[in-house]
Each structure stands twice: as structure tokens, then as C-alpha cells.
Design a protein around this ligand. Structure first.
Ligand code: UD1
Ligand code: PEP
Length: 422
């Protein structure tokens, strides 16, 4: 295992290129399994979640070729195979194999997903959707077995606007007989990206990005070429890091519309945000005001930016309150920030943050965005070196992090974490 070493105190300055979105990529790669010929994905992020997914696809018999940010997936020789354990346990989004394999073969046997377990993350709405489509779903020793002689379109109301359930139902329903209507669907941009890919493969999906999605099932899907949308969470993290270090950073290859909640909150604090067509410039200032933030489903402030935003709020004057209405206990970054001198208390689903300087410390990333919060914190520290272990979580979602930060002037490097290997 490795750890990140950061000597902070330098304002980030320059330009950073944002890669394709993790949460799109981990859905688009399994979506390709529904095609009967080659799918080419461009602008894929180089992150461990995608690397693991490509290994899973090869175990299932797909031919996968990767060249930088491009991946060719030929699923024509794919076979239906149970995947109870192994790599599916390494990432959360392995649940998309359920919808993809069910759509392609009428059956799937997949182990329960792994990934960042910052709190219990049920998949009851995914299962409710598969059952509504006519599948039988059983839990066998921690694996989900799903089978259907013939998937049939249905009207499905989601109790919560779940990103994963919306996409999983779209995947399976693309190959069902007749019309599926998802009500109270999630509206995240990654859902539109998946629908765009599926439609390019021959699916008939309308309404993605709204709360009602209509999917007219088709008999077969074919290959295509698709470019993945930019990662709004990665972009938001760099926006936060630029503001926290009082820097001046141009964040390039973004869709500013996807970052409206982030932009609004930064402006409210007193950060200068300049939006262009495909980039956003952040100009930090000497002092920021405390604010309240509510993490909500899209287009609200994203829960995936809640942890790094907590760090930024330690740099504001006074008391800020950050409430997470999506994941009410996603606060594993808080005790680690406290080791760095932060004054934060968790009350119910809120973090109450009092502004103040942070110190260097040895800290541990317990999940992906908790890791991002610690990286931003370390960049603000004026004296000493912060050591962040648990880098494997950060590598799940940040393409080229160390190089990007170095190009922006940060003093950051990786070292072998001898403590974790002993
Ligand atoms: C791979 C991927 O895209 N991950 C994202 C996805 O996760 P994921 O798709 O797992 O998150 P969901 O949108 O499903 O979860 C939203 C809320 O619904 C609840 N819920 C969800 C499903 C279900 O069957 N039952 C249920 O109760 C969850 O506990 C949570 O409180 O959306 C989350 C919310 O934006 C993000 O934090 C994750 O980065
Ligand atoms: C929670 C996240 O991802 P996942 O759902 O893949 O664990 C995230 O990206 O912040």
C-alpha cells in the first residue's frame, strides 16, 4: 500500500484537465455488455474502479482493449457466469452487472457490491425494479440471483431517487418486452450519459435527466462509439482545493451547468468563480464567510462533495453547518480532520464546522471522498508534512491526482506505507 505525503501552504495555480466521470464510466463499461458487437468508450478516467471493471468483463469473456483514455469492449463472446465473489466485492458499481447480465442473458448471479462503505447502502430499489420487470430475485449466501424467462416492461415508482437503481432498471428494461416507465427517477447527469450510450446502441429511452424515464424495450443492441462526460465531482474537488489554498486555477474540460450548486456555494462564501463554455476559473481570496450547505440529490449540492466541502468550511470565518440529506452518516473524514486541528462536531446528519487553521498530522482516508477532504486539508497546512494513508480509496476516483496537483504547484508525492504492509 502507498501513502500520500503533502507539504502544504502553497496556493494552487495553473490549469487542470478533468477526466471522464467515474460514476458514468462504471455504468457505461457494464452497459457495453448488452451490445452484440464492439463498443468504444472515449474519455474514460484512469482510475482503479475502471481497471477492476475491465478485469471483471474479461473474466466474463469480453475482449477488452485499453489505450489511454479509450477502451474497446467486444462482448460478442460473453457468457453468463456466476460472479459471487472476487473482484465484484472491490467496487460499489459492480451492482450494474445485475441489470446488464439480466438484460443480456435473462439471468445474473452477482455478489453483493463492495466499494466505499461509509454507511449501509441498501439495494432494495434495484431489486424491486428487477422484480417489477418479471424477474425472480433471491439472496443466496450474500449473492443476488436474478432470473427471468422474459423481461416485461412495467411501471416502477422508486421510493428514493436512487442513481444506481435508475441506471440498473434502464439497463435491464432496454431488453424487456414493451414499455417501462420509471417514476421518481434520479436526475444526475451520469444517468443522461448512460441513456445516451444505450440509445446509440439502439435502445429507445426518453426522459433521462427528468423524474420520469420511458424505456421501450428492443430485441437487440449493437456496438457504437461514445465519449464520457467530464467528472463533476473531480472538478468540484479541484474548485474546492483552489479556493482552500487561496489559489487561482482554471479547471478545464467541465460542463459548468453540472457544477451550479458548487459554484453558488463558493460564491456565497466569497470565492470568485468565472464560468466559461467548458472551463471554470477559481480565484481564491484572503477571507471567506461561513455558510450553510445541504447535500441533496441532483441538481442539489452533491453528497460526493460534502467531505471536501467540510474541509473548505474550516477555512471560513465563523460557524458553518453542512447537512447531508442523501447519506446521513457520511462523516468518516471528521475525526481525521480533527487530528489536523479542525473544530467540527457531528449533530445528527449535520457537521457543525468552526473555522480555524489546520496542522500537519498522520491521517487515514476511510473512503474515497474522505480521502479528498484530507488532501485538501493537507494542501492548506502551512508547516510540516501531512501523511495520508488509505490512498487505495482515493485511487478509486481521482485520475492522475499527484501529477495534477504537482502541475498546480503543490508539493506532493507517494511513498510506500510501511505501516500498512507490516
Ligand atoms: C457508482 C455511483 O454512481 N455512485 C454514486 C451513486 O451511488 P448509489 O447509486 O449507490 O446511490 P443512490 O443514489 O442509490 O443512493 C441514494 C440514497 O438512496 C438510498 N437507497 C439507494 C438504493 C436503494 O435501493 N435503496 C435506498 O434506500 C441510499 O441509502 C441513499 O441514501 O449515487 C450516490 C448519491 O449521489 C453517490 O454518492 C455515489 O457516488
Ligand atoms: C461514494 C462514491 O462512489 P461509490 O458509489 O462508487 O462508492 C463516490 O464516488 O463518492
Amino acid at each position: 500500500m502507498e501513502k500520500l505525503m503533502i507539504r502544504g501552504g502553497r496556493p494552487l495555480c495553473g490549469t487542470v484537465q478533468i477526466s471522464g466521470a467515474k460514476n458514468s464510466a462504471v455504468a457505461l463499461v457494464p452497459a457495453a455488455l448488452l451490445a452484440e458487437s464492439e463498443v468504444v468508450l472515449d474519455n474514460l478516467p484512469i482510475i482503479s474502479d475502471v481497471a477492476v471493471y475491465s478485469e471483471i468483463l474479461q473474466e466474463l469473456g469480453a475482449v477488452v482493449k485499453r489505450d489511454g483514455d479509450m477502451m474497446r469492449i467486444d462482448p460478442s463472446k460473453l457468457s453468463s457466469k456466476p460472479m459471487p465473489n472476487g473482484k465484484v466485492k472491490l467496487l460499489r458499481a459492480s451492482y450494474y452487472l445485475m441489470g446488464a447480465m439480466l438484460g443480456r442473458f435473462g439471468e445474473a448471479m452477482i455478489g453483493l457490491p463492495g466499494g466505499c462503505n461509509f454507511e449501509p447502502r441498501p439495494i432494495d430499489q434495484h431489486i424491486k425494479g428487477f422484480e417489477a420487470l418479471g424477474a425472480t430475485v433471491t439472496n443466496e449466501h450474500g449473492s443476488i440471483r436474478i432470473s427471468a424467462k422474459q423481461l416485461r416492461g412495467a411501471k416502477i415508482y422508486l421510493d428514493v431517487a436512487s442513481v444506481g437503481a435508475t441506471i440498473n432498471i434502464m439497463l435491464a428494461a432496454s431488453r424487456a418486452q414493451g414499455l417501462t416507465i420509471i417514476e421518481n427517477a434520479a436526475k444526475e447527469p451520469e444517468i443522461i450519459d448512460v441513456a445516451t450510450l444505450l440509445n446509440a446502441m439502439g435502445a429507445k429511452i426518453k426522459g433521462a435527466g427528468t423524474e420520469t424515464i420511458r424505456i421501450e424495450g428492443v430485441a437487440r443492441l449493437h456496438g457504437c462509439r461514445h465519449s464520457i462526460i467530464p467528472d463533476r465531482i473531480q472538478a468540484g474537488t479541484y474548485m474546492i482545493a483552489a479556493a482552500a489554498t487561496r489559489g487561482d486555477v482554471l479547471i478545464d474540460n467541465v460542463i459548468p451547468k453540472h457544477l451550479e450548486a458548487m459554484t453558488a456555494k463558493l460564491e456565497e462564501m466569497g470565492v470568485q468563480v468565472i464560468e466559461m463554455d467548458e472551463s471554470i476559473r477559481i480565484v481564491g481570496g484572503p477571507g471567506y464567510s461561513s455558510i450553510d450547505v445541504k447535500a441533496l440529490v441532483y441538481p442539489g449540492f452533491p453528497t460526493d462533495l460534502q467531505s471536501p466541502m467540510t474541509t473548505l468550511l474550516t477555512q471560513a470565518k465563523g460557524v458553518s453547518i453542512l447537512t447531508d440529506y442523501v447519506y446521513g452518516t457520511r462523516f468518516k473524514h471528521v475525526p481525521e480532520l480533527a487530528r489536523m486541528g479542525a473544530n467540527i462536531r457531528v449533530e445528527g446528519r449535520s457537521a457543525v464546522i468552526e473555522g480555524g487553521k489546520l496542522n500537519a498530522a498522520k491521517v487515514r482516508a476511510a473512503d474515497l471522498r474522505a480521502g479528498a477532504a484530507l488532501v485538501v486539508a493537507a494542501l492548506t497546512v502551512e508547516e510540516g508534512i501531512t501523511e495520508i494513508s488509505g490512498v487505495e480509496y482515493i485511487d478509486r476516483g481521482y485520475d492522475n491526482l499527484v501529477e495534477n496537483l504537482r502541475r498546480l504547484g503543490a508539493d506532493v508525492w507517494r511513498e510506500t506505507d510501511l505501516d500498512s504492509s507490516s
